[in-house]
Design a protein around this ligand. Structure first.
Ligand code: NAP
Ligand code: G4F
Length: 320
């Protein structure tokens, strides 16, 4: 039975990846940082099947000892301070976790067993103020937030350990991927949750920032399959993962509200508070390499994603 270590197990992607790896017959070791309250909402249904161990990307020793104890063949680094606005209010923490944390994990692998295959969760935020449209593995980076800057470091240190130490270190440059398990502060979940509240008479408006920003949005469940595929290749590489389509935040609102028979214009209020110091205006992937080499394709359309998220929040609220 192969063993995989997944950092960020309590996050959106950690939960989907754990489900996928269990289905494929892995022993899954999830790494969670210590907190004063239980934070296992997304993985509660998996707790009988996975092992959750304490570890923190800010603590080198914890990473070394968990690799020594569980002897994985694959490590997926999904942990990060991943919310872009927080990276302006906590830039040093974001750098320590999202950038230097990658080095700590790579160092732990190098010391314990350099044959371990490593996946780094890189991001389309690295393209930032885009240098070409669409964005591929060869597009130069121009990050626009401390988060984007930290991810560029994480990407290059992964490439550097591949080249310096011949380690199997892959970097997945994933475009935005969403699901009913997305954190509430990200725009898609914020919209889906607000639509459900408004539809049930529990809220009257939705305050948002820039409605014109465009993103290449896919379904998180599809994207974790690409992570796994990257570690099954003969050689480690960089891969762009996205749908190849882009949509504005405004379109997400339009579809989400109209799904419950409402007009978003009557409920959405633009609020300066949610604008960013520097915006990423347009992201759209060129996923040709993933399609050709990994044989990876997304299975959920934009409209299906929006309606899945609204339906899920409606069902959750009705139940509670
Ligand atoms: P998420 O839901 O925010 O999950 C982040 C995870 O990292 C959580 O489990 C969090 O733990 C953990 N974490 C934070 N700081 C940590 C630390 N110091 N030590 C150990 N764990 C720590 O993010 P996601 O959407 O699943 O994304 C997974 C990864 O992909 C992230 O690296 C993200 O930056 C990257 N990414 C995401 C997208 C996307 O669209 N979702 C696109 C490209 C790249 P707590 O639960 O305790 O907070
Ligand atoms: O949902 P968002 O916060 O995601 P963002 O900034 O694109 O980052 C996400 O995707 C990245 C991949 O490209 C990941 F690496 C990262 O970890 C994260 O998962 O915002 C999307 C867009 C932005 O342009 C933002 O300005 O939505 C716009 N927006 C408009 N109003 C808003 C809001 N975003 C948020 N969070 N809240 C608003 O009220």
């Amino acid at each position: 039975m192969p063993t995989a270590v997944v950092t960020g197990i309590t996050g959106q992607d950690g939960s989907y990846l754990a489900e996928l790896l269990l289905k494929k017959g892995y022993r899954v070791i999830g790494v969670a940082r210590r907190s004063s309250t239980v934070n296992d909402e997304r993985i509660r249904h998996l707790l009988d099947d996975i092992t959750v161990v304490q570890g923190d990307l800010q603590d080198q020793g914890s990473l070394l000892s968990l690799l020594e104890e569980y002897k994985p063949t694959e490590v997926y680094n999904l942990a990060a301070q991943s919310f872009v606005p927080t990276s302006w209010s906590q830039p040093a923490l974001t750098g320590d976790v999202t950038a230097i944390g990658v080095t700590r994990l790579l160092e732990a692998i190098r010391f314990v067993n350099p044959k371990i295959r490593f996946y780094q969760a890189s991001s389309s935020e690295m393209f930032g103020k885009v240098m070409e449209v669409p964005q591929s593995e060869d597009t130069p980076f121009y990050p626009r937030s401390p988060y984007g800057v930290a991810k560029v470091y994480g990407h290059w240190i992964t490439v550097n350990y591949r080249e310096s130490f011949d380690m199997f270190a892959a970097s997945g440059i994933l475009f935005n991927h969403e699901s009913p398990r997305r954190g509430m502060e990200f725009v898609t979940r914020k919209i889906a949750n607000a639509v459900a509240h408004i539809n049930l008479g529990l809220a009257k408006e939705l305050r948002l920032g820039n409605l014109e920003a465009q993103r290449d949005w896919g379904f998180a469940g599809d994207y974790v399959e690409a992570m796994w595929l990257m570690l099954q290749q003969d050689y480690p590489d960089n891969y762009v993962i996205g749908t190849g389509e882009t949509h504005a935040v405004r379109e997400f609102c339009e579809i989400a509200f109209s799904h419950v028979g409402l007009d978003y214009k009557e409920f959405v209020v633009q609020d300066e508070k949610f604008y960013r110091p520097a915006e990423v205006d347009l992201l759209i992937s060129d996923p040709a390499k993933a399609r050709n080499q990994l044989k990876w394709e997304p299975s959920v359309s934009f409209k299906e994603l929006v309606t899945m998220m609204v339906d899920s929040d409606l069902a959750r609220l009705k139940k509670s």
